[in-house]
Design a protein around this ligand. Sequence first.
Ligand code: CTP
Length: 447
Amino acid sequence: MTKVITYGTFDLLHYGHINLLKRAKELGDYLIVGVTAEAYDMARGKINVTQSLSERIENVRETGLADEIIVEEYEGQKIDDIKRYGIDIFAIGSDWKDKFDYLSDYCKVVYLDRTKGISSTSLRAEDNRLKVGLIGDAPWLDKYRRQARFVNGMEIVGVATSHKESLAKGLAALPLVTSNIDELLAAVDAVIISSDPLLHHAQVEHALKAGKHVLCESPFALTTHEGEALASYASEHNLVLQDAIKTAYSTAYHRLCLLVKGGKIGKVVSVDATCTTLRYSKDDNAVSGANWGGMGEWGPIALLPIFQLLGTGYTSRQIVARGEKGYVHEGEFTKIDLVYPNAVASMKVATGVKSEGELIVSGTDAYVYVPAPWWKTDYFEIRYENPADNKRYFYQLEGEGFRYELITFVQAVSTGRENSYITRDISSALCQIMGDYYNNPDTLRID
Ligand code: CTP
């Protein structure tokens, strides 16, 4: 019996796939099809897959061409499979020509002509692309545009900013560049808001009332009440309102949270997060208009692991800030301590003081250590009393998390389902504490 094997993602199964499977099957008597696991596709940079692994397996099963379906989970697995299943022929589309010649040490390698004019990528692109506009003047605004190029189903068509003169080149070249938000809203289906947190509430409200989906950097507003009102308005009008905290969508960070919640380090007793930069402290030009201090830039990011791991039910909090409220100057710095019934947390953020940008989650059995800069990490460790027990975790991170955040947003818009990365209660708690920082007189000030 001649055994043939082939591999693919088989997203949105199309006649190109079916042709390929038919011809692969004709090469022998028994066809094994390897369907790629989500994590493996992510790791090899294929992040736009629309269907889940089980849907894609079902696609292949329904063709009736596969005698056996397996899951491809890791790089190098093909050699293992060829040996394990006693494969005679490895077949793959001609887009992979030469790439798998190394397998000829183990079996015959056949490249089959790819069917012209069809691909999963083109099918995904044929869906109505979401027209997205950017609002704001964050120094990192252009990262959204650059990462959006890797995300199917969306295109950035314009920007509304009060700093047209200092726009990055790529942004200035967008079809629509305006200082008038209404002009942008008229041209888009959705907006990404990356502006001074003090402006978020008005801008989110403006966009939602114009019937646009919104991805806004946290917080949406500066009180729980206002934040929840925006979220309710969005859901009543079938609009997506999503928090933009890139870290939340990165695989390593997300897996870390799952491991901790699964009890991997015992009971969590303390969460300590630090995010600082000196990027603006001595650069007056950068300060003008486009910089809103450590809390504005980092606050929600540093609070995220605290709320995700300990919840939002803290019983007391202390905010200590150095420097004028919301102002940027040399030495600007904020520290927040939260006390929970069974745990404590602290976060430090600054745009004018430098510290180690690490995240540490202390538990009764072990601790999690995420090295600087933890908010864009692809790596973390679980450290035990005995260093020999330590475990290291590594996950591919593309585009600092922006890319995954955009994909999640596009999927939420197209499926109408809210994402589960940043839940409503966390979103509200972020509004509350950021509001406390901006408005509350109980912030302790140090010189
Ligand atoms: N294939 C083919 N003809 C096409 C598309 C795909 O023969 N028009 C083959 C590929 O060469 C591969 C298999 O089908 O051997 C599975 O390919 P996959 O990567 O899942 O499909 P694509 O449509 O190429 O997906 P994408 O656009 O996401 O790369």
